[in-house]
Design a binder for this molecule. Structure first.
Ligand code: EPU
Length: 302
């Protein structure tokens, strides 16, 4: 969708929005798949309710793009514009045991920044790609750590009220790769409470997690991390591996030869290639193990 030529573009500019016409989602997602649309950079969180009201009044559909590491986006001209909160590095401020983090801040960068201030707890999250906002929305987790455990307050745009609000940690449910945030809520800032730990100890923990991850995950290939959630008591990766599906491909979408729950873009994979691979693997797991695999990655179809 293009809004560059509409009067709405001028009104958005007055709200401090920077418009980048015709960007490719291939360049903005870790899978390297996706079509083209206008990108709106929102530099001031307080203008967000006004920006969204403007888009709704004009009938302009929109979606929010965070780090782009957990989405599979349709090809071609996309029927919505992308909104994005650019990150100002480091986007983190520490006060005692609290870290105040912008949603746009990089998750790994935040873990490192906190470590330098002798605040630990999030070592397991070090290699998880993406932004703090995406990590919050999905309750990102790895190696026994989930970000939700440390959340004390979240400032967000509430789609239900059309305003920015602050939620206390106890008002939010954090489950396995799922939270109680509404689908159109937008994360803005978070207050984390982290345990004090000496820097060297945190670094040692980070090193162990990095080594485990390097040994088991295809870090140098284009992927969106794990494609499926693990069903209760089972491992999606192990089941797909047991079916001999490592390196199985549909077009240029391929099951990683390293970790079977990572599906990689091994060339110029299209949205349909990746969907075809996901459907085929899901079907085979259902037939052989009787398990319904739920997507972890979010699909943006057009
Ligand atoms: N396994 C295989 N073959 C494979 C992959 C895994 O046999 O190809 C086996 C492993 O040997 C292990 C078990 O399956 O016994 C579990 O594998 P792993 O430890 O790699 O963890 P996972 O359950 O596949 C989860 C998260 C990852 C996270 C790791 C480490 C999900 C869906 N995945 O993977 O998160 O990095 O644990 O904590 O919960 C993500 O969310 O995108 C993600 C990558």
């Amino acid at each position: 969708m293009r809004i560059s030529d509409k009067p709405v573009a001028a009104r958005l500019a007055a709200l401090g929005v920077e418009l980048r016409p015709g960007v490719s989602l291939q360049d903005l997602t870790s899978l390297g798949i996706g079509g083209t649309t206008d990108l709106l950079l929102i530099r001031r969180y307080d203008t967000l309710p006004g920006v969204i009201r403007e888009l709704k009044n004009e009938g302009v559909a929109y979606k929010f793009l965070g780090g782009g590491t957990n989405v599979l986006v349709a090809d071609g001209e996309l029927p919505w514009v992308m909104l994005h909160l650019p990150s100002a590095k480091p986007g983190v401020r520490v006060e005692g045991n609290f870290a105040y983090v912008d949603a746009a801040a990089d998750l790994g960068g935040t873990v490192t920044f906190c470590a330098k201030n002798d605040l630990g707890g999030m070592e397991g999250l070090i290699g998880v790609p993406g932004s703090i906002g995406g990590a919050l929305r999905m309750n990102a987790g790895a190696y026994g750590t989930q970000i939700g455990s440390y959340v004390r307050e979240v400032e967000l745009y509430r789609a239900a009220t059309g305003e920015n609000e602050i939620l206390r940690g106890e008002e939010i449910r954090f489950d396995y790769r799922h939270t109680s945030f509404g689908p159109d809520d937008v994360m803005l800032r978070v207050k984390l409470e982290l345990p004090s730990k000496p820097y060297q100890e945190i670094v040692a923990g980070i090193k162990v997690c990095n080594e485990k991850r390097r040994a088991s995950q295809p870090l140098n290939q284009k992927s969106a991390g794990c494609i499926f959630k693990n069903p209760p008591g089972a491992s999606a990766g192990r089941m797909i591996d047991e079916l001999g599906l490592k390196s199985f491909r549909v077009g240029d979408a391929m099951v990683s030869d390293r970790h079977a729950n990572f599906f990689v873009n091994a060339g110029h994979a299209s949205f349909d290639d990746m969907i075809g691979l996901i459907d085929e693997v899901r079907g085979r797991v259902k037939t052989s193990f009787g398990m319904d695999l739920e997507n972890e990655v979010i699909f943006w179809r057009n």
